[in-house]
Design a binder for this molecule. Structure first.
Ligand code: ZN
Length: 166
């Protein structure tokens, strides 16, 4: 059975600041400090990082397509052990690394652990990353504190660092 995640997308506003520095003739210009841009990780490298701590050996194939017409973020095909992820969702600058990791674990929960969706809530906080609607960042932070998490979700949160949850 095909399971899907529903995501919300947000509009973003970018403000660019620029300025010029004036320099007098008597002052030697300082040597500019160049900071190399952080190299962007390929999707394969990101997937490798997100699957590293997964509790079982992963046999599922993970691939990307440009987008789904339905707007979902990803689909797990349990029959073929194949996860397909929307690049449109993945590459959205509003999506955090934590949410990408969450998505990969959710889909692997279907494909590798044979888990179905878990819709239970505890005080309005999702108990499981197998909830069909992906938690937002605030909810993920709350879930990390939720003592009623199921085992699979607890495994997920054990892989996170303090920085992931900031
Ligand atoms: Zn799902």
């Amino acid at each position: 059975m095909v399971k899907t995640l529903i995501i919300l997308s947000f509009l973003s506003t970018f403000i660019l600041c620029c300025g010029t520095a004036s320099d007098g003739n008597t002052i030697k210009e300082p040597t500019p400090t160049v900071t190399a841009p952080k190299r962007l990780q390929s999707k394969a490298e990101q997937i490798e990082r997100f699957t590293h701590d997964f509790p079982v050996i992963i046999r599922t194939t993970i691939k990307f397509i440009p987008s789904f017409a339905s707007g979902v973020a990803a689909i797990c095909d349990r029959y073929y052990d194949k996860i397909t992820i929307s690049s449109e969702w993945w590459d959205n600058p509003n999506i955090s690394e934590l949410e990408r990791r969450y998505l990969v674990w959710h889909e692997l929960g279907h494909c590798e652990m044979d888990l179905n969706h878990n819709t239970t809530m505890n005080l309005h906080v999702k108990n499981s990353i197998m909830h069909p609607v992906m938690a937002d960042l605030h909810e993920i932070q709350e879930m990390a504190q939720n003592p009623k998490l199921d085992d699979f979700s607890r495994e997920f949160f054990h892989t996170l660092t303090e920085d992931d949850l900031k």
